[in-house]
Design a protein around this ligand. Structure first.
Ligand SMILES: C[S@@+](CC[C@H](N)C(=O)[O-])C[C@H]1O[C@@H](n2cnc3c(N)ncnc32)[C@H](O)[C@@H]1O
Length: 248
């Protein structure tokens, strides 16, 4: 059974009010991720491109790239930074592109937002025969570290719709009815940031914005991280995971 739209711990449109925080605090993706993507030398469509964190790297590799997002403000920031990339405001579930017009459809940190059934069929429609859909996520890979476990405990207690595993799904099984061949890949990487950057990352999360008292949560986080990282250098371990699905 393919799933449709799912309940989320935050709002998909919340990002429209978070562009500056998003731009300043969100993690990037390691170079190995771009090397693991399908051949980008043809026509590439990016879905849910946001402020363009991945777009900047994709643009350097793609034969032709179009970036899309449902949010005009997120996409506006992308356009400021990458004016050479054509953009279109649209949902992954209803793409304003001709059938068979792309070699690769891709998106980072966004596929969990879509109505899976509609977006999967729409991606397959705009791909040429043999084309690939590639979706990927950064996840903090810090289970067992006290600062991380404490943060996640606080979030789960304060936002009843949030669970630390909310993006963990069987994406291969969801895609399989339309994309019979699904391959996965992942790697670990680390970034080190200061508190102002980390705070902006927290503020850029839709499920943090959905908390009843964002400022108290951030104050507790600041104290917890100051204890865990007394030199002020917050070390975040990540795992980036990729699913590549091909049409028949
Ligand atoms: C967490 S952000 C990821 C942005 C960017 N891909 C990145 O890696 O930083 C999720 C993005 O998906 C967009 N989005 C959410 N639901 C969408 C949908 N159904 N169709 C297209 N974009 C969507 C949001 O507007 C937001 O910009």
């Amino acid at each position: 059974m393919m799933s449709g739209a799912r309940e989320q711990p935050g709002s998909a449109t919340a990002f429209e009010g978070l562009v500056d925080h998003y731009d300043a605090g969100r993690p990037w993706y390691p170079p190995a991720l771009y090397d693991a993507l399908p051949d980008l030398s043809g026509r590439v469509l990016e879905l849910g491109a946001g402020t363009g964190i991945a777009t900047r790297e994709l643009a350097a590799r793609a034969g032709g790239l179009v970036a899309t997002d449902l949010g005009p403000k997120m996409l506006g920031r992308l356009h400021e930074r990458s004016p050479q990339v054509p953009v279109a405001v649209c949902r992954a579930e209803q793409l304003p592109f001709a059938t068979g017009s792309f070699d690769v459809v891709c998106g980072g940190q966004m596929w969990h937002w879509v109505d899976t059934s509609r977006a999967t069929n729409e991606a397959a429609r705009v791909l040429r025969r043999g084309g690939a859909l590639a979706v990927w996520w950064n996840e903090v890979d810090a289970d067992g570290l006290p600062w991380w476990d404490a943060q996640q405990d606080r979030l789960e207690a304060a936002n009843p719709r949030y669970t630390r595993r909310y993006r963990e799904r069987d994406y291969a099984a969801e895609l399989a009815p339309v994309f019979p061949r699904v391959q996965t890949w992942s790697t670990r990487w680390v970034r080190t940031v200061d508190w102002p950057t980390y705070e902006r990352w927290l503020r850029s999360k839709s499920y943090v914005q959905a908390l009843p008292d964002v400022e108290s949560f951030l104050e507790e986080e600041r104290a917890s991280l100051a204890q865990a990282f007394p030199d002020g250098r917050i070390v975040e371990p990540f795992r980036v995971s990729l699913w590549v699905a091909r049409t028949a």
